[in-house]
Design a binder for this molecule. Structure first.
Ligand code: SF4
Length: 66
């Protein structure tokens, strides 16, 4: 399975500070899916307003992105 690691910087509302979040994406067909994120992305109540979460979702939408 093809994987890649991507780092995102931004302001984390959960920690109330700037931080870097490492994400591991796995390729499924032509799309990338987040497999791991080293923040509380999956269950975070702030994710709709979070700039880092927005970047994580954008990474999933970029089909064929390397
Ligand atoms: S999704 Fe939540 S835990 Fe992850 S960076 Fe954004 S505010 Fe922080």
């Amino acid at each position: 399975m093809e994987e890649k690691e991507v780092f995102y910087n931004g302001f984390c509302r959960a920690q109330n500070q700037g931080r870097m979040v490492a994400c591991v994406y796995v390729k499924e067909g032509e799309a990338w899916r987040v497999d791991e994120a080293d923040c509380a992305y999956e269950k975070c109540p702030n994710r709709e307003a979070c700039e880092i979460a927005r970047q994580i979702r954008a990474g999933e939408r970029e089909a064929g992105w390397k």
